[in-house]
Write a protein that binds this ligand. Structure first.
Ligand SMILES: [Zn+2]
Length: 194
């Protein structure tokens, strides 16, 4: 008769809202460039998550107190804890400039399993416990591989958000230097049967 209660992260009365994270669900943010690669490893088990196009990261809400998450800022993985501010999109999404600021999964789903989320992150960028001593993870603009041995190949500075950078992995960069600007052959999920 009364239906499901509306979870506290659902913003229904404004286009977006800067909230203070409460004590029950911290959030884990990952850069969008390799975050989209890890979303495949998560296989739809993300729970409520949204894309922040201005800062270019994906945000996953997780239960508990974010216990056990190591400092992995070097890899671009941050934990937004109780008391921290977090800009949350409206339930129907909104726009930041020309880009959508929106939820990626149903808001009524259970929160993501922290263990499953970490597993998906580590499947993409390696163990987080050892991320602190390493450089940031980039995604090669040519072959799509995540890599720490990246070469910056282009930068675009938009008016309304942070600079956009493009990187090449060492293999693609070396091939370009030899004048061989050819793409890798790489598997495209779902394309095999076509
Ligand atoms: Zn590459």
């Amino acid at each position: 008769m009364t239906g499901s209660p509306i979870p506290p992260w659902v913003i229904t009365d404004q286009r977006a809202q800067l909230i203070t994270v409460g004590p029950w669900w911290p959030a884990v943010t990952v850069p969008e460039d390799w975050g989209v690669l890890m979303a495949e490893a998560l296989a739809g088990a993300s729970g409520p998550a949204f894309h922040e196009p201005g800062l270019r990261y994906l945000v996953y809400l997780v239960p508990g107190q974010a216990e056990g998450w190591p400092d992995a800022e070097a890899a671009g993985v941050s934990v937004v804890r109780a008391g921290d501010p977090l800009l949350v999109p409206h339930v129907d999404g909104t726009f930041v400039g020309l880009q959508r600021f929106h939820w990626l999964a149903s808001l009524m789903k259970p929160l993501a399993s922290p263990a499953r989320l970490r597993e998906a992150i580590e499947a993409t960028v390696g163990p987080l416990e050892h991320a602190g001593g390493k450089g940031p993870v980039r995604v090669c603009c040519e072959c799509g591989s995540p890599t720490r041995a990246a070469v910056l190949v282009d930068v675009f500075v938009p008016m309304s958000s942070s600079p956009r950078e493009w990187y090449a992995c060492a293999a693609c960069w070396n091939r370009w230097q030899r004048g061989q600007k050819a793409r890798h052959l790489r598997a495209v999920p779902g394309a095999a049967a076509q």
